[in-house]
Write a protein that binds this ligand. Structure first.
Ligand code: GDD
Ligand code: MN
Length: 381
């Protein structure tokens, strides 16, 4: 990363201001074209942070406007150190920026907040104090506990999307998110020692979710906050961010092999739909049902391949050409069917099993084999 700015904001400054004192805080603020907000933000932070709380502010900036210059100018009136990491080649979006900041931050406490004043700076000392009071590793500023609200979530559409996302996320991680009423919040304090930056794979906006699921903080506290209107400019979130969020959920949920196998199975089940539709179409067009079965199966295979490429093994596609992956995947999927029959014959003939349990067992066995084969033969480097 290139660190920009003059004097106060230089390279050496960033290292030397890293504060390891107990109770000290680094405020990490991701910015993407927020030139019109940073002055007011730093002003309110200055007003809010008491002089007894050692504080430094670290902007991680992916802007294409004059945000770094606006920060440098506004920082001159700040009593605490302000640094900027500017990324010329941003990866991971908002979450990637925050992780970049986590690597550089040295204080015992790290507060992450937005630059647009939707997160009240006055709450920063309170978040840290709540952590110190309770031995919590993570303190979440929540819109969904008594005293909090999402007043600044503009429009019924955004409220509905936010509610659905919260509900889905909590359903997917009932244990890891226990005690977090607002896993979609972008405003929180986390203890430096609870963060293992190397294991993180941020993808888009939901950096709190990433930290809560992958770092497993021991204890979580919550503080209510009112999500206000933006001070200036507009949200940087796009429809594309919604797709990223779903991929992020899948990646977090399928981090373990059993969970991946489960997802693989669920995707496989959805493949019956195109398979049966194709069978219906082909036999309807006059094709004999046996060749039609074989052709229709390829529709299911293609569907499964697409979903698996887009969702499950998205990050493991690079080491093989796509045509190679298609070939191997299709081979495994069809071998599954071919293997099933002799396996059933073996279970019934040699082991004396009933036909139905034998079939179920054979399906299970070929499924596990197909999953293991797909992981190792198609998607392993
Ligand atoms: N460095 C960097 N890179 N910063 C970014 C990027 C990026 O790609 N995208 C957005 N930001 C910065 C913005 O400049 C802002 O400071 C902050 O991240 C939040 O971006 P907004 O665009 O204002 O987000 P929002 O208001 O739609 O969403 C906020 O509220 C949601 C809850 O409804 C965020 O806090 C979300 O995390 C939160 O879920
Ligand atoms: Mn915002």
């Amino acid at each position: 990363p290139r660190r920009t700015g003059d004097g106060e904001l230089g390279d050496a400054e960033l290292e030397s201001t890293a504060l390891a004192e107990p109770g000290a805080v680094t405020v990490i603020i991701p910015t993407f074209n927020e030139a019109a907000n940073v002055r007011e933000l730093l002003r309110q932070l200055t007003e809010s942070v008491p002089s007894r709380l050692p504080c430094e502010v670290l902007f991680v900036d992916d802007s294409t406007d004059g945000t770094p210059a606006a920060i440098a100018e506004a920082a001159q009136d700040c009593p605490f150190p302000v640094a900027v990491i500017h990324r010329d080649e941003p990866v991971g979006g908002l979450g990637g920026a925050v992780v970049e900041g986590l690597r550089a931050a040295g204080s015992e406490w790290i507060v992450v907040m937005d630059a647009d004043l939707q997160h009240p700076p006055s709450l920063v000392p309170e978040l840290v104090a709540a952590g110190e009071r309770t031995t919590a590793d993570l303190v979440v500023a929540s819109r969904y506990v008594d005293g909090g609200s999402r007043a600044g979530l503009a429009g019924g559409y955004r409220v509905a999307v936010s509610r659905a996302a919260t509900w889905l996320t909590k359903g997917l991680f009932p244990r890891r998110l226990r005690g977090i009423s607002d896993p979609m919040s972008g405003f929180f304090a986390i203890r430096r020692g609870a963060v293992t930056a190397d294991g993180l794979r941020p993808l888009g906006y939901k950096i709190l979710l990433e930290l809560a699921v992958r770092c497993r903080p021991q204890q979580v506290a919550e503080v209510p906050f009112v999500f206000r209107d933006r001070f200036a400019g507009e949200s940087k979130s796009t429809a594309r961010e919604g797709g990223r969020f779903l991929r992020h959920l899948v990646e977090l949920r399928t981090a373990s092999a059993p969970a991946r196998m489960m997802a693989f199975g669920l995707i496989g089940l959805t493949g019956f739909v195109p398979n049966l539709l194709a069978l219906y179409g082909l036999t309807g067009a006059g094709m004999h049902y046996l060749p039609a079965e074989i052709v229709a199966n390829q529709f299911g295979v293609a569907w499964n391949f697409l979903l698996i490429e887009l969702l499950l093994f998205r990050n493991r596609r690079a080491h093989r050409h796509w045509a190679d992956r298609v070939g191997r995947f299709a081979l495994l999927a069809n071998a599954d069917l071919l293997l099933r029959i002799p396996l059933i014959a073996l279970f019934v003939g040699e082991l004396g099993m009933e036909v139905l349990p034998a079939t179920a067992l054979a399906m299970l066995a070929t499924f596990v084999l197909r999953f293991a084969g797909t992981e190792t033969l198609v998607y392993l480097p």
